[in-house]
Design a protein around this ligand. Structure first.
Ligand code: NAD
Length: 354
């Protein structure tokens, strides 16, 4: 269905959508700025061969709004944005294209800061940096923060501790067991941290070679990919793709907590409500996986790993506040997270406007 853009912006609260085109480099790019109430909108640059322009628009509208909530709940002075580049990252990327992105991002002044996403790399951010300093996630040699996945995993670990405390009254990672879905960047680092705490860990991945490497290195137990939901472990940690908490999987899960680093874990909010009806605690994905974003934001003040680790530790208290609010208002945890994010935007926005 065709998108009525201004109506969609109005409904979802977007401030600005900008279309950029450069015929020389064949650039077709859309930047969405959902909110700058807390600060410049930060957003990943996704390069994808969208079949239709409306698909790109839908992605950029949804992603920018999600980023507003994520940055707000993470306690950052940043708003939410997103950029999409229509094209195939394997065949359509060029220096001219990326520098055109940089020039256009720079033209937005301090309203937008771009970072890496699906289809773009650290090298691409370095290229964009030739044209603008409104870019994060550049190479460490340029003051960048490097691979975010160890920080996303560390933040997830802090979040899991808060979940254990809420559910069982202790924070001892080693007393629980874990089923980790996906052992790429985030999942692998999470498994390492859990094993260092002495925990029993089960792993599954679509990539069998990767599973074997991780099992060998970390002394974990492999589970066939489709059986990871059925594992009798305390925590199910989705660290692969989205939509894994759905009508098929909710009744199968034998865990007591769902807490992992993947984005968009819920097929729908209703699935989280069903989880909670089954007595399973759900750690809202955008709260528990904010460690990578927190690490990236440290670049704005001059990167330091020590400060990044300190900031990421805030995910524990953030998760506790979510669970307290959910209990106080008798609402599901996903809704408590949304309310806390919205309240911070309103209260800090009032101060910034004063
Ligand atoms: P990655 O590509 O490094 O790892 C993903 C892993 O999942 C791969 O090993 C892949 O083989 C595996 N996988 C794919 N489909 C699978 C399936 N059906 N079943 C089991 N395994 C499957 O990605 P990543 O950077 O580790 O990100 C993982 C998730 O975390 C994604 O949802 C991502 O959006 C989210 N996330 C990542 C970061 C970060 O810092 N990298 C930050 C926030 C959120």
């Amino acid at each position: 269905m065709h998108i009525n853009l201004l109506e969609a912006m109005n409904e979802q609260g977007h401030e600005q959508i900008v279309h950029f085109s450069d015929s020389g480099s064949a650039l077709k790019c859309i930047v969405a700025i959902h909110s700058t109430v807390l600060g410049p909108a930060i957003g990943g640059l996704r390069m994808w061969p969208y079949a239709a322009e409306d698909d790109a628009l839908r992605d950029v509208l949804k992603g920018s709004r999600a980023m507003t909530y994520k940055a707000a709940l993470a306690g950052l002075n940043l708003g939410g944005g997103k950029a999409v580049l229509i094209g195939n990252p394997e065949s359509d990327k060029s220096e001219a294209l990326l520098r055109a992105v940089g020039r256009f991002v720079g033209s937005l002044g301090n309203r937008f800061i771009v970072a890496e996403d699906v289809g773009t790399t650290v090298d691409d951010m370095d290229c964009i940096r030739e044209e603008t300093d409104r870019v994060l996630g550049v190479h460490p040699a340029h003051g960048g923060s490097g691979d975010p996945s160890p920080f996303t995993a560390l933040g997830t670990l802090h979040g899991i501790r808060a979940c254990l405390e809420h559910r069982f009254g202790h924070e001892d990672l080693g007393r629980a067991s874990y089923a980790v879905q996906g052992v790429g960047g985030v999942g692998y680092h999470l498994v390492q941290l859990l094993r260092a705490a002495g925990a029993k860990v089960f792993v599954a991945d679509i990539n069998q070679e990767r599973v074997e490497q991780v099992v060998d290195e970390t002394r974990t137990e492999a589970v066939p990919m489709h059986q990871i939901y059925d594992v009798d472990a305390t925590v199910f940690a989705p660290c692969a793709m989205g939509g894994v908490i759905n009508e098929d999987t909710v009744p199968r899960l034998r865990c007591q907590i769902v807490a992992g680093g993947a984005n968009n874990q819920l097929e729908s909010n209703e699935c989280a409500t069903q989880l909670e009806a089954r007595g399973i605690l759900y750690a809202p994905d955008y709260a528990i996986n904010a460690g990578g974003l927190m690490n990236l934001a440290v670049e704005l003040e001059g990167y330091s790993e020590e400060r990044a680790r300190h900031r990421v530790a805030a995910i524990g208290p953030i998760m506790r506040r979510i669970f307290e609010r959910a209990a106080r208002d008798a609402i599901p945890s996903w809704q408590a997270a949304d309310r806390l994010a919205e309240e911070r935007i309103q209260s800090i926005g009032r101060i910034r406007r004063a």
